[in-house]
Design a protein around this ligand. Structure first.
Ligand code: ADP
Ligand code: ZN
Ligand code: ZN
Length: 641
C-alpha cells in the first residue's frame, strides 16, 4: 500500500534510517520532512521522516507514535536536496539533515519567545468610564490612553510609556479595562534598525544588459545559470536588487548568499532599504532564538527574501525564483565539516532541482565557474566598467629581492611603499596594509632569489613545521630536512629562512617608521569580538586612523572613500601555499584588495611586494586581465591533469 512505511532518521547519530509503520490516523500527514516520535528500544525518540515507501525488508514494524508539529520542518524540496548532498558528498543522511536545518529549529529547546502583552477590552473604549477612572487614578487612565493608540503592547513597554509600574497595569486588569496575556514575541534582529526606503537606480548599459539576461533566466530558465563577472563597483549588487524586484512582482522568493565576512550591516542595509520587512537575515552572529524566529518567518512565508551566509541556502522558501551567490569564488562557501559541501555548487543544484534561476557574481570568478561558462553550462555576462567610470587603480609590483637595509638585511617594507605611505600621511589620506598571514603553515622562501622548495612529486610548496623542524608535503606526506643554504644552484644564500612575518611584526615596524601616525591592526587575534571590529571600522571610516593593517578580513566588500593607497606586504604568502589553487587565490585576493583603493574622488594606487614578481598570477593581477589569467591557469591545470 502506497506510503504505509516511513523511513525515519532517529536523533542518535546512528547514521541510518529505520522503517516504521504509518498508523491510519496519520496517513496523509506523515510526509518527508516532518518530525515524529517513534518507539526505539524501550523509549520514545524524536526523528525525521526522510522518505515514504510501500514496502519494507522487515516485518513486524512498530508504528510511529506521534507527529510533532503540524508543519514539516523540512520541505520536500529541501529533503530532496539533503538526499542529494548525502549522496554526492558521501555523507550520512543525518549529517545532511543537520546541515539543512539549523539546530535552533531542530532542537525543541529553542522555541518562540513568549511575553506578556496588554490589550484593551470593550470597557476601555467607553469614554465616560475612562473619565471616571481618570478622576480617581490618573495614571491608570493614562495607561488606557496609551493603549488605545495601538493594538497590543508589551506589558513592560506600556508601563514605561505611561510612566508607571506593571502593578498599576495589573490593577487595570482587575477593573476589567485591559487583558494581559502571554503571546509570541518576535525576535527581529533588524527590529531597531532605521532604514530609508530606496528606489531602483537608473541602470547603466552594461547593467541593463546583465539584468535582461538574469530576468530571462528567472522567467524561462534560459540560461539556467548566469555567471556575472563584474569588476568591483560595477554595480552587481544593484542588479541583484532589481532581479529580486522582478521576483517580488511575480510573487517569487529569492535567496542571496554572501560570504559571512561581507555580511556587514552595510550589506544588509542595502537589501532592507529596498524591500523592507519582507527580508530575513541569517548569519552566525544571531542568537539561537533569533535564528529560530527568522527561520519560522521564512517557513511561514512572511519573509520571502533571505540574505545570509552559507547555510541560508537551505532557507525553506516555497516558490523560489532566484538564488544569488555573491563573491562566488569565496573559499568560505565551503563547509569544513561533513558534509563538506560548497554552497555555490549546492546552489546550482538546488536551482536545477527546483527550476530556479541562479546568479553567480564575482569580480574574479573561480576557475571552475569560468570553465563552466566556457563549455556553455553557464552564461557569462561581463561588466568591465565601474559605475562611476573611474579607472581601476594602478598596480605597481615591487621586487623585494632588491630591497636591503644598510646592514643588507632584508626588509619588510620597500622604499617605494614607505614613500607612498609618507605621501598619504602628508595629504591626510588613508592607507591599508594588507598581509594575508593566516593559519599555521609557513613556506620557506629564499630572500635573495625567491626560491621556494616544492615537493618533487607534487609541485606544491612544502610546509615548514616548527615543532619537528622539517619540511613536509601536505599532499603526499614527503618529509625533508631544512637546508642550510638556498637549494637554487645559482644562489646558495645562507640567509634561507622561513618567511614568517605576520601582521603583528608589520605593526611594530610601521609604528617605528611612522611614529606620528595612528596605526591599527585588524585580524582574528585583535578582532575576537564583533564590537571591536565595528569600532575599528568606524574609526577608520571617520578618518581617526591613518594606517590600517590587516588580514583578509579587510580585503573584501568594505568601502572607504579616503583610502588612496593599498600595500600588499607580501604577496608570496598566499602564492606559495600548498594548494593547487594558490595562484588563483593570489590573483583573486590582489584584485579584491586593489578594489579597496580609490573608491572616492581621488584615484588609488596599489603596491604589491613580492620576491617572485614574474609569477603569472601577480602579473595578471597587475594588468587586470582576468580572462588571460584563467586561460593560462586552465591550461596549466590541464597539463597537470
Ligand atoms: P558591486 O556590487 O559590483 O561592487 P555596487 O552595486 O555596490 O557594485 O555599486 C557600486 C556603487 O555604485 C554603489 O554605491 C551603488 O549604489 C552605485 N550604483 C550602482 N548602480 C548604479 C547606477 N545605475 N547608477 C548610479 N549609481 C549606481
Ligand atoms: Zn636563493
Ligand atoms: Zn608531495
Amino acid at each position: 500500500m502506497e506510503g504505509r512505511i516511513a523511513k525515519v532518521v532517529v536523533k542518535l547519530k546512528l547514521n541510518r534510517t529505520f522503517d516504521y509503520l504509518v498508523p491510519d490516523e496519520l496517513l496523509g500527514s506523515v510526509r518527508p520532512g516532518v518530525q515524529v516520535l517513534v518507539p526505539f528500544g524501550n523509549s520514545l525518540r524524536e526523528g525525521f521522516v526522510t522518505a515514504l515507501a510501500s514496502e519494507s525488508a522487515f516485518d513486524k514494524l512498530k508504528p510511529i507514535a506521534k507527529l510533532l508539529g503540524e508543519k514539516a520542518l523540512i520541505t520536500e524540496n529541501i529533503m530532496r536536496l539533503a538526499h542529494w548532498m548525502a549522496e554526492y558528498y558521501a555523507a550520512p543522511l543525518e549529517a545532511a539533515i543537520h546541515t539543512v536545518l539549523p539546530s535552533a529549529v531542530r532542537n525543541t529547546a529553542t522555541s518562540f519567545k513568549r511575553m506578556l502583552y496588554v490589550r484593551p477590552t470593550a470597557k476601555a473604549e467607553d469614554l465616560a468610564l475612562v473619565e471616571k477612572l481618570r478622576r480617581r487614578s490618573p495614571k491608570q487612565a493614562l495607561a488606557v490612553d496609551v493603549l488605545m493608540t495601538g493594538e497590543r503592547i508589551l506589558l513592560r513597554d506600556l508601563a514605561r510609556a505611561a510612566e508607571t509600574s506593571t502593578e498599576t497595569i495589573r490593577r487595570l486588569e482587575e477593573k476589567g479595562f485591559v487583558e494581559i496575556a502571554a503571546d509570541t514575541a518576535p525576535r527581529d534582529p533588524l527590529a531597531n534598525a532605521e532604514y530609508v526606503r530606496t528606489q531602483p537606480l537608473e541602470l547603466m548599459d552594461q547593467q541593463r544588459a546583465a539584468l535582461e539576461t538574469v530576468c530571462a533566466s528567472i522567467d524561462k530558465l534560459e540560461p539556467p545559470v548566469v555567471l556575472l563577472h563584474g569588476v568591483t563597483g560595477s554595480g552587481k549588487t544593484e542588479i541583484y536588487l532589481q532581479a529580486i524586484q522582478h521576483c517580488v512582482e511575480r510573487d517569487l522568493g529569492a535567496i542571496v548568499l554572501v560570504p559571512e565576512i561581507s555580511l556587514t550591516p552595510q550589506t544588509v542595509e542595502r537589501f532592507r532599504s529596498r524591500f523592507g520587512g519582507g527580508i530575513a537575515v541569517l548569519h552566525s552572529h544571531l542568537s539561537d532564538g533569533e535564528r529560530h524566529d527568522e527561520w519560522h518567518r521564512i517557513r511561514d512565508g512572511e519573509a520571502r527574501i533571505v540574505v545570509g551566509a552559507r547555510s541560508a541556502l537551505f532557507a525553506p522558501i516555497e516558490r523560489l525564483g532566484l538564488i544569488v551567490v555573491d563573491e562566488e569564488h569565496e573559499n568560505s562557501y565551503k563547509q569544513s565539516e561533513v558534509p563538506r559541501y560548497n554552497a555555490r555548487d549546492v546552489a546550482v543544484m538546488r536551482g536545477h532541482m527546483e527550476g530556479v534561476a541562479v546568479v553567480l557574481g564575482s569580480a574574479t570568478p573561480s576557475i571552475e565557474s569560468y570553465q563552466n561558462a566556457l563549455c556553455g553550462k553557464y552564461r557569462l555576462v561581463s561588466m568591465p566598467h565601474r559605475v562611476d567610470h573611474r579607472q581601476m587603480p594602478f598596480i605597481r609590483v615591487v621586487d623585494m629581492r632588491h630591497e636591503k637595509s644598510a646592514k643588507s638585511k632584508s626588509l619588510l617594507l620597500s622604499r617605494e611603499l614607505v614613500d607612498a605611505v609618507k605621501d598619504r600621511l602628508a595629504r591626510a589620506e588613508q592607507t591599508i596594509l594588507f598581509l594575508n598571514k593566516r593559519g599555521y603553515s609557513s613556506t620557506l622562501i629564499c630572500p635573495e632569489c625567491g626560491f621556494v622548495i616544492e615537493c618533487e612529486h607534487c609541485s606544491v610548496a612544502l610546509t615548514y613545521h616548527k615543532r619537528s623542524d622539517n619540511l613536509q608535503c601536505h599532499l603526499c606526506g614527503a618529509v625533508r630536512r631544512v637546508p642550510t643554504r638556498c637549494p637554487n644552484p645559482d644562489c646558495q644564500s645562507p640567509g634561507f629562512r622561513y618567511s614568517g612575518s605576520g601582521t603583528e611584526r608589520i605593526e611594530e615596524t610601521v609604528a617605528r617608521i611612522f611614529p606620528h601616525a595612528v596605526v591599527r591592526r585588524m585580524d582574528s587575534d585583535t578582532m575576537k569580538r564583533k564590537e571591536a571590529y565595528h569600532r575599528v571600522l568606524g574609526e577608520f571610516r571617520t578618518g581617526k586612523i591613518d594606517i590600517l593593517i590587516g588580514t583578509q578580513m579587510i580585503a573584501k566588500g568594505l568601502h572607504f572613500p579616503n583610502v588612496t593607497l593599498v600595500g600588499v606586504v607580501n604577496a608570496d604568502v598566499i602564492l606559495h601555499m600548498p594548494d593547487f589553487r594558490a595562484a588563483e587565490r593570489t590573483f583573486q585576493l590582489l584584485t579584491q584588495v586593489a578594489g579597496r583603493a580609490g573608491r572616492g574622488d581621488v584615484s588609488g594606487e596599489v603596491i604589491v611586494q613580492t620576491r617572485t614578481p614574474h609569477n603569472p598570477a601577480i602579473q595578471a593581477a597587475r594588468r587586470l586581465t582576468y580572462e588571460e589569467f584563467c586561460d593560462q591557469e586552465l591550461e596549466f591545470r590541464r597539463q597537470l591533469g
